[in-house]
Design a protein around this ligand. Structure first.
Ligand SMILES: [Zn+2]
Ligand SMILES: [Zn+2]
Length: 314
């Protein structure tokens, strides 16, 4: 029975495989090249030969692209850089390894932003789809007769910092830039500030069984500057009253004497009277007899050591 079942399954498989692979005789299969993934390229430099131009002056515009092979460069006819409504054609310059183009500054003073770079083949075909720009790029063309003569305009004390993520240990640069062409006019180095050291901060408290840890950190950047161990706490090893029992008069109070070793023990003590109506616990080991009777006073550490004394009140 099992064999027959297996045979049937096998036959079904054969039918399925051949059925799927067969193509009607009249159909035709067209095989084409799989389109290549767009190539990743990066604009590493984009700009002009001067920070600002006179009206009607000649301008050289350049674009440097990383990620292009020699074959790509052979295929590229030119780039079109678009400055808002104005365009500029750029051709590959082998010596500079850049695309370079010439244009003329506008007739009036203005600022223009580059809004796009397009790539064209030698047949004037837009081949942007073959490439994938990995970065956002922007540059501004400044036509300003004043800046072009080297007479820039700045805002007073308008220092802006490039800043650093590590102001404690790294210096950084601040600049004042021309507010028309953005050229750096003044620059200064702000030295590293140095760490701002905190007091000791406990990271882990010491217990009777484990060491603790404390640190000095920088209040500005949070770096750990110093750390040290806090030794384990010292427990009481011996706790004993000087006497086993004491008799006092009703209404009197006395201080109970006891020995505790070592003297630097850090555990806490607690007092208890078995009959608080007979003997009352006051502060700092003092007791008071309230009425005739007997009470057992227990002195205890939080680490488990105990001592007892009997108080008779008459
Ligand atoms: Zn300027
Ligand atoms: Zn710091």
């Amino acid at each position: 029975m099992k064999r027959i079942k297996m045979l049937l399954v096998a036959m079904l498989c054969v039918v399925m495989v051949f059925g799927a692979a067969s193509v009607p005789v009249s159909a035709e299969v067209i095989e084409v090249e799989k389109p290549a993934e767009p190539k990743r390229i990066t604009i590493t430099d984009i700009g002009f030969d001067k920070p600002a131009y006179h009206t009607n002056e000649d301008i050289t515009f350049h674009v440097k692209i990383d990620g292009l092979s020699n074959k790509d460069i052979d295929n590229i006819g030119y780039l079109i850089g678009r400055l808002e409504r104005k365009t500029c054609k750029l051709y590959y310059n082998k010596e500079k390894d850049m695309f370079v183009g010439k244009m003329t500054a506008e007739k009036k003073e203005c600022k223009r932003t580059i809004t796009s770079i397009s790539i064209y083949s030698k047949n004037n075909e837009n081949i942007n789809s073959l490439y994938n720009f990995q970065n956002y790029y922007t540059t501004i063309l400044v036509v300003n007769n004043n800046c072009a003569d080297g007479n820039h305009t700045i805002y007073k004390d308008n220092w802006t910092g490039s800043s650093t993520n590590f102001p404690c240990t790294e210096s950084w640069i601040e600049t004042i830039n021309c507010n028309i062409c953005n050229q750096v006019i003044y620059s200064r180095i702000i030295p590293a500030l140095g760490h701002e050291v905190s007091d000791w901060v406990i990271k882990k408290r010491a217990t009777f069984s484990q060491n603790g840890l404390e640190e000095k950190i920088c209040n500005r950047c949070g770096d750990i500057l110093q750390s040290r161990t806090i030794p384990k706490l010292t427990p009481t090893s011996k706790l004993k009253f000087k006497k086993k029992s004491i008799t006092i008069k009703k209404g009197k109070s006395i201080k109970l004497k006891y020995t505790r070793k070592p003297t630097n023990a850090q555990d806490t003590l607690s007092w208890k009277s078995s009959k608080p109506k007979v003997v009352k616990i006051l502060k700092n080991g003092k007791i008071k007899g309230l009425k005739k009777g007997k009470s057992v006073i227990t002195l205890k550490t939080n680490t488990g050591k105990k001592a007892k004394i009997t108080i008779k009140v008459k």
